[in-house]
Design a protein around this ligand. Structure first.
Ligand code: ZN
Length: 122
């Protein structure tokens, strides 16, 4: 599933934030280790930057602007991948924590119920 063609077809979805967490993680990990796809992603940004003449309608995260101003697309891609990796790690840690909390809460509830039953009937 991790072939370059498929990854490269997801660049636009990645940029628009349309990938699921699992897909984004796979995407980012692949591109970090694959110079072909990284190059493809740079080209994507070069083209979309070149096509986008309308400065006022541009919606770019302010911390990417300095890369664009200096036309450093390699740096831009690197920064985007780094951010995405951080985001994925954060979300997966967060959901792990939530799962843990869920187990804890249901554990406590089961114990309380058990305790109530014991108190009530014995
Ligand atoms: Zn690749």
């Amino acid at each position: 599933m991790d072939n370059c063609k498929e990854i490269q077809s997801r660049i636009e979805c990645f940029e628009q934030g349309k990938l699921s967490l699992k897909n984004e993680e796979a995407f980012t990990n692949h591109i970090l280790g694959c110079s072909d796809c990284r190059e493809e992603m740079e080209i994507y940004y070069i083209i979309s930057y070149g096509l986008d003449d309308d400065e006022e309608n541009r919606t770019i995260d302010s911390h990417y602007i300095s890369f664009l101003d200096s036309l450093d697309f390699t740096g831009l891609v690197e920064q985007k991948l780094k951010d995405s990796k951080q985001k994925c790690e954060f979300i997966s840690q967060w959901s792990r924590f939530n799962r843990l909390r869920y187990f804890f809460v249901s554990g406590v509830m089961a114990l309380t119920t058990l305790l109530l039953i014991i108190i009530r009937f014995f």
